[in-house]
Design a protein around this ligand. Structure first.
Ligand code: UT7
Length: 311
């Protein structure tokens, strides 16, 4: 039995904050942000829209797209580092709102690799025959843990949510291979201790460049595939320079890498599902395409998945 994505959705807050607006608020320039990160604008959620609200909207779209009765969902997994409250979990809040009355619900904390951890966990429960449908959500309201006085981090992040229903799919399709990893020694390079995110950008950058390429190659190898088989690389959208280094290592043409960082900034665990929806809407993902997704982030954590698209 193979587990794969049968429905997907996203939510992006309406408010767009451009680099030019940030120029007015702090000592930075549009030119610096664009050339160092590839980001041109990001979405910021209003005070009324908390993490759970974004997650619920994305989840409803994913469930409707999957055509699944919410009562058939066996589990809800939410990857987030910005829950509304310490508890209850965002997953519990979604459970109630979408009517997933039979679902177990929990949040998981693996920072920007969280959606990969969620999909990988869902795969085990589906293929083990425990549940028929699992809702996996990546959602962040990073704006509430961003120090708007710190130009080193404030220009990087954005808010948003992405959700996927994971279920049994036909033979040959679905999640073909996974790789998850953690190096706790690097925890000191990216963390939240107190109200705001703290980051050593250069160290995270070096780690990301190495890890993204390695993990992508590892999942291909595990699936018995090569880089020539990739139809679309969907990397975590943190920095265009990191993304380009993985694309070059995998020798992929520009059109074979998803790029949404310019519009949404770094939305952490939400960036990969948000990008999947974007590419589907553009018609760039078709049934039987080989998709390689790679995430990395605080922990330090990483995760990669090779997936053959389609039900
Ligand atoms: O999801 C995972 C989360 N994190 C990441 O993926 C981050 C990975 N790292 C990065 O993306 C990059 O390291 C950054 C974009 C954060 C920084 O780029 P960089 O090329 O590594 O720059 P840097 O940290 O080496 O800083 C270069 C200069 C510094 O000035 P000095 O010390 O050379 O005079 C910074 O103070 O750029 C300065 N700087 C800025 N200047 C204008 C830092 N932030 C800004 C800014 N505007 N917003």
């Amino acid at each position: 039995m193979n587990a794969g994505i049968i429905g997907i959705g996203r939510y992006l807050p309406e408010q767009i904050v451009t680099n030019h607006e940030l120029e007015q608020r702090m000592d930075t320039t549009d030119e610096w942000i664009r050339t160092r990160t590839g980001i041109e604008e990001r979405r910021i959620a209003s005070d009324e829209v908390d993490t759970s609200r974004m997650a619920i909207e994305a989840a409803k779209t994913a469930i409707a797209g999957a055509g699944v009765d919410p009562a058939e969902i066996g589990m809800i997994l939410v990857a987030t580092v910005t829950p509304d409250k310490g508890f209850p979990s965002v997953a519990s809040m979604i459970q109630q709102e979408v009517g997933a009355v039979n679902a177990a619900a929990m949040d998981l904390s693996a920072a920007c690799a969280g959606f990969m951890y969620g999909l990988a966990t869902a795969k085990q429960f589906i293929e083990g025959g425990v549940y028929s449908h699992i809702l996996v959500v990546g959602v962040e309201k990073l704006s509430k843990i961003t120090d708007w006085e710190d130009r080193n981090t404030a220009v990087l992040f954005g808010d948003g949510a992405g959700a996927a229903v994971v279920s049994e799919v036909s033979e040959g399709r679905g999640i073909l291979s996974i790789e998850l990893g953690t190096d706790g020694r690097g925890g000191k390079y990216l963390f939240q201790d107190g109200p705001y995110i703290a980051m050593n950008g250069r160290e995270v950058f070096k780690f990301a460049v190495r890890q993204m390429g390695e993990s992508a190659e590892n999942v291909l190898k595990k699936a018995g595939l090569t880089k020539e088989d990739i139809d679309l690389l969907v990397p975590h959208q943190a920095n265009i320079r990191i993304m380009e280094s993985s694309r070059n290592r995998l020798e992929l043409p520009e059109h074979k890498m998803s790029k949404t960082v310019h519009k949404y900034g770094n939305t952490s665990s939400a960036s990969i599902p948000i990008s999947l929806v974007e590419e589907l809407e553009k018609g760039k993902i078709r049934d039987d395409d080989l998709i390689v997704m790679v995430g990395f982030g605080g922990g330090l954590t990483w995760g990669a998945i090779a997936m053959r698209w389609g039900k």
